[in-house]
Ligand binder design. Structure first.
Ligand SMILES: *[C@@H]1O[C@H](CO)[C@@H](O)[C@H](O)[C@H]1NC(C)=O
Ligand SMILES: *[C@@H]1O[C@H](CO)[C@@H](O)[C@H](O)[C@H]1NC(C)=O
Length: 437
């Protein structure tokens, strides 16, 4: 236990390195009187042409009579890190910097009393690395310093810097292609609205707004990522991107709630409990978006990153559950109406539609939250773009399904139904009731 005790502070690092997010930008961190044995800074997937730029200034050590070769920066993959922990545990080494499994970038013994250093480290083994600071005199030494770090890959021939981690470098193109798809969908939807303008409801115009917001959001994300790729910083485009993410998030959840309640095509007004769902979901979306901004901007080792990640997950789960209630209420109402008002066929059709919608919303939520997360976790850093593509494809399928099923109809099937269909539907409902009993 005694031996294991000094490894405990390393656990958060272990947990964090198993998280899939790979950030990339130029980062700045201030460390003040810190005695942590391990301070993780950033994570990056290098190709064969990777470079780490590390500029550290304002270094001050609380005690300079120690062996400073045991204080410094190193790069380490997650796999090697597990072995290093084992070596420390077995007593083979006494400091992570002594292991031949880590790539030492700079130890403070080369500092020679100076207060700052700039170093360039070439990484030619492609892999995903963590930049970590080790202080092997944690009880005796407190460190203060300002750390500027940048990690990037040089593009094969042209030697242009690419600040996006290997595996994420094609993301700008992915987002751009998806934004084109949504702009096309918006055009298709406009032509549908024009042709069926007599039977289009307000909700159909709202759907158009949602598609356009999604398209603009993807376009901003493409530009944001491509700006980071070129410069290593996100400034400018990220604000537009967050703004449209926010609008898109709110409008999508509102749309799911409104369709779920049947607003505008089943009834003109919202009930109180349905309004309450919106009043819960909209403020929560604001919180979720703030959390998302903090998460993205601070990187996986940033201050309070874990807390914000948890807030985001919690809020997201609550929103996802809340939007299901109106659909369930609608299904219940339709079932009751089908039994009482004699228009069985009409109601059965609506009922089927709402049941399908319920299943598809659940599938969409499950896929974009759980399956995508699992994909992110199991795929190699080289293919981390695949989870983005999977999430965007699922979202696209959801938009297309919603648009197709709830499109404005020239002859409205809800209201024009002949007697034969009516009888068949009444039979079907009766059968269904028997099954449920
Ligand atoms: C690292 O790569 C850069 C750019 O290719 C080159 O200028 C520099 O000499 C290399 N440094 C070392 C130590 O290999
Ligand atoms: C590090 O310092 C060099 C030289 O001053 C500078 O060109 C480079 O941009 C700096 N890098 C970072 C990440 O701050």
């Amino acid at each position: 236990m005694e031996r294991f005790h000094h490894l405990l502070p390393l656990l958060p690092l272990l947990l964090l390195t198993t998280l899939p997010t790979t950030f990339s930008e130029i980062r700045f961190s201030e460390i003040r009187s810190d005695d942590r044995p391990i301070i993780p800074f950033d994570q990056f997937g290098f190709t064969h042409n990777g470079i780490l730029e590390l500029n550290v200034s304002k270094i001050s050590l609380s005690n300079s009579n120690l062996d400073l070769s045991k204080v410094g920066f190193f790069l380490c993959t997650l796999d090697s890190w597990l072995h290093v922990l084992q070596q420390l545990e077995d007593g083979e080494i006494r400091c992570a910097l002594q292991s031949d499994l880590v790539k030492s970038v700079f130890t403070f013994s080369s500092l020679n009393g100076k207060e700052s250093f700039n170093t360039l480290y070439n990484e030619t083994d492609s892999d995903q690395y963590n930049l970590v600071f080790a202080n092997c005199h944690p009880q005796q030494l407190k460190v203060s310093m300002d750390v500027n770090s940048a990690m990037y890959n040089l593009d094969g021939k042209s030697h242009v810097r690419d600040y996006l981690s290997a595996g994420r470098t094609i993301l700008p193109r992915v987002y751009f292609v998806f934004s084109l798809v949504y702009f096309t969908l918006a055009a298709v939807w406009i032509s549908v609205l024009y042709k069926k303008r007599l039977t289009a409801f307000r909700i159909h115009y709202f759907m158009l707004a949602v598609i356009i917001l999604k398209a603009i959001n993807l376009l901003c994300e493409a530009e944001d990522k491509s700006y980071i790729k070129r410069t290593g910083s996100a400034h400018g485009w990220d604000i537009l991107f967050y703004m449209f993410s926010f609008l898109k998030g709110i409008s999508l959840f509102t749309l799911i709630v409104l369709i779920g309640t049947g607003w505008s095509f089943l009834k003109p007004f919202l009930q109180d409990k349905e309004k309450k769902v919106l009043m819960i979901v909209i403020p929560l979306q604001i919180v979720a978006n703030i959390a998302q901004v903090v998460i993205d901007e601070s990187g996986p080792y940033g201050h309070d990153w874990v807390t914000w990640k948890q807030i985001f997950l919690l809020v997201d789960v609550v929103c996802c559950c809340a939007v299901l209630f109106p659909i369930v209420w609608s299904i219940k109402n339709l079932r009751e109406a089908a039994r009482t008002d004699g228009k069985a066929a009409v109601n059965l059709m609506k009922l089927t539609l709402f049941r399908h919608y319920y299943i598809v919303v659940i599938f969409y939520i499950y896929f974009t939250r759980v399956v995508v997360y699992a994909l992110e976790t199991i795929t190699s850093y080289r293919y981390s773009w695949t989870s983005v593509v999977a999430a965007e494809l699922a979202t696209l399928a959801f938009y297309v399904f919603t648009g197709y099923k709830f499109k404005p109809e020239a002859h409205n099937p809800y209201f024009v139904i002949d007697d034969e269909e009516e009888e068949a539907a009444a039979e079907a409902l009766k059968l269904e009731d028997e099954f449920e009993l």
